[in-house]
Design a protein around this ligand. Structure first.
Ligand code: PLP
Ligand code: SF4
Length: 465
């Protein structure tokens, strides 16, 4: 039989194939076609910017928006005066420094900025702000308490978190490390974890002295801010420690400045070199990035992942669950499928940490449970993220489902972490706005607060017996 003529089932005398389900309409497979239009030309200042210029990483860095004035100037023609006043007041109250790439700015739908998922993540509006939960503390994850050397957190037996520096290519409102990352703001004075050779050397020395450590996360701040030669040096130093079997480079850069990843770019080449060296040594290296919404994934992201895929560089994603951003079935499904389609593995979705000024972005543990239920089964298991709560007080990441007790009325969930801190209880608190008015009032009363906490502790202990 030749390939020119394929017999129809009727000619071949075979029965036609019975489709058990109707075929899916290709028009609904929206995640397969990331946008490649000149979306930045909606911003007046960039109306004449061509694809090559906009796709240039240095141009992006040079035009990063770092003040409310520059932000307002660039969108003044597109938004109402009320919105401008709201942004200006939001910036004045934000505990984070502000930095946003032209790429992200252009992906915001400026005809609906109040509800836009990218705007919500990066640009604070005064009208969005909700009072912080009474149980909130700065450095809620105890990263400093678990740090034997400044900027090195050793919480889990076999893995360590190395904060190489304290700057980022963007500043996220929900950042857990707002205790350290970014410039001081009107609201918060930061802990210093500057890029410093002597501090790094102390961290490496500590790691050499701890044979149980097999896994190092290089983070910050953000590894996009580590110079290529320094990243190589850090990576090679870690690879030379025999007991270190794997490391990850954590950066949000891939999500917010994908145009940097090109052949010949020093950072891209450094990552590739480290990935190759690790592989030759029988070790494992990956990049962990942080997409928060499907709208952040464009043709630029697809091109970036083509290059990484060709070079064998593995990329995983850690998203933060945020209200009004990715807390619906549709938003979470779309992001998950879009990531999978470009070969980024969705690894974690974090229930938003309790940090200052982001109460309006937090959701409940119940939301995480419900999203997980909908997601699982929709795509490959390895492309299905685990929903985790990073327990306050240093319990580490817990599967959101693994609580010992969860009271949806008071919003208190209680976790244990036997491999991390045996015998301790760890708590997460749903945002007050998700609770009934009575319970919200109870949280403001010290006596009732204590009662609710004691009841949760008793229920968790009873469950543990
Ligand atoms: C998240 C984290 C790690 C890495 O944990 P994984 O679950 O392996 O991703 C390591 N150390 C600290 C302190 C962390 O917060
Ligand atoms: S990039 Fe990461 S470390 Fe930097 S502000 Fe955002 S979440 Fe925090």
């Amino acid at each position: 039989m030749t390939l020119e003529h394929t017999a129809s089932p009727a000619e071949a005398g075979e029965a036609p194939i019975h489709h058990l389900k109707p075929a899916v309409d290709p028009a609904t497979l929206t995640w397969r076609t990331p946008r490649r239009d000149a979306f930045w030309q909606q911003i007046p200042a960039w109306r004449d910017v061509d694809h090559a210029t906009f796709g240039d990483f240095l141009w992006q860095e040079k035009h990063a928006i770092t003040s409310s004035k520059r932000l307002v100037d660039s969108v003044r023609e597109l938004v109402s005066d009320d919105f401008i006043a709201d942004v200006e007041a939001g910036f004045a109250q934000a505990p984070m420094a502000v930095r946003i790439s032209p790429y992200l700015m252009s992906l915001i739908d400026w005809s609906a900025p109040h509800t836009d998922p990218i705007r919500r993540q990066f640009l604070p509006l005064a009208s969005d702000l909700e009072p912080d939960h009474p149980m909130l503390t700065l450095d809620s994850l105890h990263e400093q308490a678990d740090a034997p050397v400044p900027g090195l957190t050793h919480r889990y037996q076999d893995k360590a978190l190395f904060l190489a520096l304290d700057t980022c290519p963007v500043y996220c409102r929900f950042c857990t490390r707002s205790y350290a990352v970014g410039l001081d703001t009107e609201q918060v004075e930061k802990v210093q974890i500057k890029a410093s050779k002597s501090r790094w050397d102390r961290a490496f020395q500590y790691l050499r002295e701890r044979p149980e450590v097999e896994d190092v996360v290089i983070s910050g701040g953000d590894a996009y801010r580590i110079k290529a030669d320094q990243l190589l040096e850090i990576g090679e130093t870690l690879l030379a420690i025999p007991h270190i079997r794997r490391f990850r480079v954590a950066t949000k850069g891939l999500a917010i400045l994908p145009m940097r990843i090109k052949a010949g770019d020093p950072w891209t080449e450094a990552v590739t070199t480290l990935s190759d060296k690790a592989r030759k040594l029988g070790k494992d290296m990956a990049i962990h990035t942080h997409f928060g919404h499907a709208n952040e994934i464009t043709g630029f992201s697809e091109d970036m992942m083509r290059l990484f895929q060709e070079r064998g560089v593995l990329v995983r994603n850690q998203a933060v669950l945020q209200r009004g951003v990715n807390d619906t079935d549709q938003a979470m499904l779309e992001m998950t499928r879009k990531l999978g389609f470009i070969n980024v593995h969705p690894y974690y979705v974090y229930v938003c940490d309790m940090v200052r000024g982001v109460e309006n972005l937090r959701t409940t543990v119940a939301t995480a449970l419900s999203l997980e239920k909908r997601l699982r089964g929709s795509t490959a298991g390895f492309n299905t993220p685990t929903f985790v709560v990073d327990a306050m007080g240093g319990g580490g990441k817990r599967d959101a489902h693994s609580y010992e007790h969860y009271d949806r009325e008071t919003g208190i969930s209680v976790y244990t972490a036997p491999s991390v801190k045996e015998g301790q209880l760890f708590f997460y608190y749903d945002p007050l706005s998700a609770l009934s008015p009575d319970i919200q009032a109870a949280w403001q009363d010290a006596g009732k607060r204590e009662e609710m906490l004691q009841a949760a502790i008793a229920a968790a202990r009873a469950n543990l017996r």
